[in-house]
Design a protein around this ligand. Sequence first.
Ligand code: SF4
Ligand code: SF4
Length: 135
Amino acid sequence: MKTIKISIYYPVDKITVPLVSTLIKEFDLQVNILHADISLNKTGTLVADVIGENKNVDDALRFIEEQGIGYKLFNKQLIWHEELCVHCGACTAVCPSHALTMSRETWNLEFDKEKCLVCGLCTKACPLNVMSLQD
Ligand code: SF4
Ligand code: SF4
């Protein structure tokens, strides 16, 4: 089994391709959608964690290419050096997926790794360089 984080780019003329349902039905994959921006007559993006047997994941990536749909794999992960964090909240303002939020009870920063898109915006927003992207 393997898990990949993928960003899929739909050209305008492919926006109606039922890609996610095909990945689930034909390739027996779990697709956990983290972010989607899909509208008719526009290019679209979808970010997801994809989980499945190695061969099925590889076959699915080939299938996506054959559809004329682009994709990029995320090879990095976000590391939060929690012990150095002062919980100022600056990073929450730039996080597009709400992976970073302030607890309403403790007013401490909370990081939901599952929602992270590995965009790196928080690494630039943090005044103490407490966030970093690593392979
Ligand atoms: S890299 Fe940072 S800003 Fe981007 S989604 Fe992950 S936590 Fe949010
Ligand atoms: S911006 Fe940096 S110091 Fe402030 S809450 Fe986020 S990680 Fe912590």
